[in-house]
Design a protein around this ligand. Structure first.
Ligand SMILES: Cc1cc2nc3c(=O)[nH]c(=O)nc-3n(C[C@H](O)[C@H](O)[C@H](O)COP(=O)(O)O)c2cc1C
Length: 228
């Protein structure tokens, strides 16, 4: 059975961590969860979940102050760790091995043991200091995977956007999923075909079967102003 460490820190986007835990709880994967103090706040502020409910999705939960927990040791075998979402403070801790809480210590151990560390770093805009921290973490071997949505996979809802991010995380650990339409799938090919067939025409009518425009796209595309 695969074991994954999940760290949730206090950036906006607690729902990303929750969705990852939801998905993993349905797979044959043992999750070891640590939630920072700030993330305990964002969970309540941003989602309908409470911390207890989030913890119930994991196989094992740890107190962030418990720097003696098993995930603080390299001898605890696992596939790696995901910090989702990752606030700049936690990113800074990881990039500088400032291991004063369990989440950061577990991430540092993941790096030193040469296991996979995925950092869903969230802030916007980034200043150069943030970018440097991401460079530092990437140089140490971490994968920086900011929550940046893709639109080629035809998201219809906010849920689709969340699932896309979570699917990208799972891809890194080679965990199979069906969370988004991959480029070249039937759905994206059909959208391409509709686009080629209807350039400059009302695409809304030709959208692939089963897909509808999300309200944010509800205005029809502007008419092609060029002479026809
Ligand atoms: C609702 C809310 C949203 C926040 N969003 C972010 C964010 O996107 N990125 C970030 O770096 N900090 C964000 N913060 C601030 C962090 O929570 C704060 O810096 C905290 O000290 C991070 O601690 P941690 O990294 O130990 O979780 C947010 C705080 C709140 C209350």
């Amino acid at each position: 059975m695969k074991r994954l460490i999940i760290g949730m820190s206090g950036a906006t986007g607690a729902i990303y961590g929750i969705r990852l835990l939801e998905v993993l709880s349905k797979l044959d994967i043992e999750t070891h969860l640590v939630i920072s103090e700030a993330a305990q706040k964002t969970i309540g502020m941003e989602t309908p979940w409470n911390v207890k409910q989030v913890k119930s999705l994991a196989h094992t939960c740890y107190d962030n102050r418990n720097i003696g927990a098993n995930i603080a040791s390299g001898s605890f075998l696992n596939e790696g760790m995901v910090v989702i979402p990752c606030a700049i403070k936690t990113l800074s801790g990881i990039a500088n091995s400032y291991n004063d809480n369990l989440l950061v210590r577990a991430a540092d151990v993941t790096i030193k043991e040469k296991r996979k560390l995925v950092i869903v770093a969230r802030e916007t805009p980034f200043h150069k200091g943030h970018l440097r921290l991401m460079m530092q973490a990437a140089d140490l071997g971490a994968t920086i995977l900011p929550p940046v949505p893709a639109f080629y996979c035809l998201p219809q809802t906010i849920d689709d956007i969340i699932n896309h991010l979570v699917g990208k995380v799972l891809d890194i650990f080679h965990i199979e999923h069906n969370l988004f339409h991959r480029w070249g799938s039937y759905e994206t090919e059909s959208a391409m075909a509709a686009q080629e067939k209807n350039e400059g025409v009302d695409m809304a009518k030709e959208w692939p079967e089963g897909l509808s425009y999300h309200p944010i796209y509800s205005d029809p595309p502007p008419k092609d102003p060029r002479p026809q």
